[in-house]
Structure formats: C-alpha cells, structure tokens
Design a protein around this ligand. Structure first.
Ligand code: COA
Length: 447
C-alpha cells in the first residue's frame, strides 16, 4: 500500500501592522551606520504589532484568512497546534484562544479538535507540522486537516543587540493529504544538544548570548544535515531548487549557506573544478592541530564565498528565500515558513516551472535543535502561493518614528503600564479587547 502524500495545502501570512525602518529610523537613533543593518544583518525593516494585536490576534487573523480562502469550517479541522515562544500563559494554550476567536465568526465549533502549544524556540513551528504529518499518516485524522499556526512577537529588551532583529507576525498552515503546495519527506535529520544560547526563564524578553547563538545555529544545522544524509543519502547542490532556512536575520543564512555548500561539495567534481582557483578543502588529518585546521578552513570558506560558482548558486537557491525576512525581521517560529513562501513567490514572479522540484528546508531553535527535511513542490503550487503573497500588506504597515517605536515596545512590555492610541484602524479582524475576571485575554472580531 502506498502511503498518502502529506504536506502543506494552504498558507497564510499575517504581519504586525506597524514597521520600524532600520536604516532610516533605528540606526540614526542608535548613532550607528545604516549599513550594519542593510548589509551586515541584511534587514531593511521589522514588523511590530499595533496596540490591539498580539500572538492570538495575529494567529487567528492568519487562520481566518486561510479558512475563508479554502472554504473551510471548524468541522474540517481536527487539530490546532500553535507554535510560539511568546506565550503569556503557562497552562492555557494559545490554540484555545485562537479557536475561541474563530468560533465567534464560523458556524460550528472546534469541540472535537485536538489543541496544543508547541515549545522549542524557533523550531517548534516545524515540529508542529511534524506532529500534524504524523497524526495524518497514523490515520487518526478522520478525513480532517490540521491547522498549524506559528505566531510570535519577537521583542528584545531595549538596548539588547537582538533589538535590531525584532519582528512580529503569524503564519497559518493547513496540513493535509494530497496537498496543493508541497509534500514533506519522511526522511528528516536532527541536530540537538542542551545549549545555553537564548532562553526566557519565566521572563518576557530573552537572555541572549548572540554571538554564541550564531555558532550554535551553525553547529546544530551541520549535524542535522549529516543526520539527514544518513537516511536520505548524500545531498548535492543540484538536488534542490531552493533552501529555505530559519532566518533570524538574512546575514545568519548567508553564513550557514556557505558552510552547507562546502559540506555538500566536499569530494565532488565541484571541489575539483574550484581547485585551481581556491585549492582543495582542508582535511583535518593533514594538520598537526585543530587550530591550524580551523584557520585554514576559515580561509577556504572565505575564498569559496567569493567564487563565481558559489555566488551564482547562492543567488539562485538561497537569496530568493530572504525576500520577506528583509522586510519583517525575525518571526521566530514563523521564520522558516516565510522563507519557504519567499522562495516560491520568487519562482512565481520569474514564471519558473518548479512543480516536482525539491526544497531543502532547515529549521532551527535555540536551546538548541536543528531539523532538516526535503519537500517536493506540487503541480498546483502557484495558486496557493500567489494567495499567500504578503507584500501589499507589508507596504501598508504604519511606519513608526523612533518615539512611536519606543511607545509600541512599552505597550507590549508586560512590566510597563501604558495608555497609547493605536496607529492603525482595525478592519475585518480580531483584536485584543481587554482582560476578563481571571486575567484571561478577551478578543473581539471587528467588522
Ligand atoms: N557595514 C556592513 N556590515 C557591517 C557594518 C557596516 N557598517 N557594521 C557591522 N557590520 C556587520 C558585522 O561585520 C557583522 O557581520 P559578520 O557577523 O558577518 O561579521 C554583522 O554586521 C552584525 O554586526 P555585529 O557587530 O556582529 O552585530 P551585533 O554585535 O550588534 O549583534 C547579533 C549581532 C546576531 C549577535 C545580534 O543581532 C543578536 O544578538 N541577535 C539575536 C540572536 C540571534 O538572532 N541569533 C541567531 C541565531 S538564532
């Protein structure tokens, strides 16, 4: 018996409705060179939630748009999993709030849908897709689809180096059999170790060792790739059309991509072809100590990143995944999922026929775990991807002055009491409308 193809049938993106221009607003206020942001980190802007937005409204708004477009009712959904690292409750999951919102506007309810909340920093969106995939493949779904929502307000304490990489938004994804956009590989690779690089021990804003987190990302990603290859066979650079990776900021992916390219070209005709220009890859056995091996490897990787062959591959396979991230910053759990949409939108724009082609998807969460799997683009990908295009809505965001940014940051800081007016007008969306008697959050749908 052949197993059913399971994957992403629909995707919707909801951006926080404000934005902070990093080069023109943030950098001057911090007295820094704008190119640190545009060139170094690779970011133009961050998305921020308006005063009436939070992880529930953004998730519910993305889900409603998806359900409306797909003509779904609550009876069609057997599972709602929310992935977030911005939760405000240690017991009641965000998915119950999202279901409560959706039940305000649809006939029927989610009484028989399994709901949960997944936590493992930014990798939990992918883990939730994995859970949905397993649930469907196990035959427990009774013909119903799973709704996976990755939603975060990725805020850092003011003055933290991570402040430049903030962001806020949600990605809703429908996981189903015979999907329209991509199917997921059964094969997956994991790289996972107990790490102290980024954590929120019962606090809203993270404690971050930023430089270490970059190193941990690279190490765990390499292990996940090796683990993936141990089950799927050796990966080659020609095997996949795009490589959407977790993108806390595009500069992170730039670092990871060249290391991945070095890894997968080792011992191949590409290494041979590049030899006259940059030599062969250093082999540890040829060096007396680890240190001199690492220095030589760093030099090799630097030289590799400047070759025409690498730059062409990067421009075609990785650069297209960064289009949305550049405009929105880090969406934590949603980040790798907007990278996938960016790549598919770029293919659409260039009228490329990528049905049947493979994506190599790399997710990462601090703490730390990386996951790699492959996805096959379905023949019907175009329509679903075109519908998920967020660029018009990104252009409509309210552009914050630096003073407004500080206000909005305070408005979302759980420790600060603020009274500020919203910058935008809610229109056909869920809003956070206050608190109830047990300190629960209340939500309303505004026509
Ligand atoms: N022009 C061009 N590039 C510039 C520049 C300029 N004027 N000024 C700095 N840069 C480059 C730096 O060289 C660096 O690039 P490199 O790492 O390739 O050398 C990049 O911009 C960032 O500058 P840096 O000084 O390292 O920034 P920072 O110390 O303020 O913080 C992080 C960078 C990533 C540590 C910080 O943003 C952070 O803590 N982020 C949150 C954690 C995170 O996202 N981790 C990633 C893994 S999940």
């Amino acid at each position: 018996m052949t197993e059913p193809a399971v994957g992403l049938d629909a995707i919707e993106i909801w951006t926080g409705k404000c934005k902070l221009d990093l080069a023109n607003t943030f950098a001057p206020a911090r007295d820094e060179d704008p190119e640190k942001y545009t060139k170094g980190l690779g970011l133009r802007a961050s998305s921020f939630p308006d005063t009436y937005e939070d992880i529930v409204t953004m998730g519910a708004n993305a889900a409603k748009r998806l359900m409306d477009r797909e003509g779904l009712t609550p009876a069609d959904i057997g599972r709602i999993d929310v992935a977030t690292e911005s939760a405000f409750d240690n017991s009641k999951p965000v998915s119950t709030y999202v279901a409560g919102c959706l039940e305000q506007v649809y006939e029927g309810d989610f009484r028989h849908a399994n709901k949960g909340e997944r936590k493992f920093a930014c990798v939990s969106g992918t883990q939730s897709i994995d859970d949905a995939y397993n649930w469907i493949r196990a035959g427990r779904n009774r013909g119903r689809a799973a709704l996976v929502i990755a939603t975060d307000t990725a805020l850092y304490a003011r003055g933290d180096p991570g402040e430049a990489t903030q962001g806020a938004g949600a990605v809703a994804m429908l996981v189903d059999v015979d999907p329209s956009i991509v199917t997921l590989s059964t094969e997956q690779g994991i790289g996972s170790m107990d790490e102290t690089d980024f954590l929120k021990p019962n606090q809203q804003f993270p404690s971050v060792d930023g430089k270490r987190s970059v190193q941990v990302y690279l190490s765990r990603m390499r292990e996940a790739l090796e683990d993936y290859e141990s089950v799927a066979g050796r990966v080659g650079v020609e095997d996949f059309v795009f490589a959407p990776f977790h993108t806390p900021f595009p500069g992170m992916v730039r670092k990871a991509a060249v290391l991945a390219y070095r890894h997968v070209t080792r011992g191949t005709e590409i290494e041979d072809a590049l030899e006259p220009e940059i030599g062969r890859q250093p082999r540890e056995d040829d060096f007396d100590g680890r240190e001199s091996f690492e220095t030589n490897m760093r030099d090799y990787v630097d030289a590799l990143s400047g070759t025409e062959r690498y730059r062409t591959w990067y421009g075609e396979t990785v650069e297209p995944t960064l289009g949305i991230a550049r405009e929105v910053g880090n969406w934590y759990t949603g980040s790798v999922h907007i990278a996938r949409v960016s790549a598919l939108l770029a293919a659409l724009e260039n009228d490329r026929n990528i049905g049947g082609e493979t994506l190599l998807v790399g997710s990462y969460g601090s703490g730390a775990q990386a996951e790699i799997h492959a996805e096959t683009v379905r023949e019907g990908w175009r329509e679903g991807v075109a519908a998920a295009d967020p660029f018009d809505r990104l252009a409509e965001r309210h552009s914050l002055s630096f003073a407004e940014y500080e206000h909005i940051h305070d408005a979302h800081n759980h420790e600060v009491e603020t009274e500020i007016e919203a910058f935008t007008e809610p229109n056909g969306e869920f809003i956070h409308a206050g608190w109830g008697r047990m300190n629960e959050r209340k939500y309303e749908y505004v026509e």
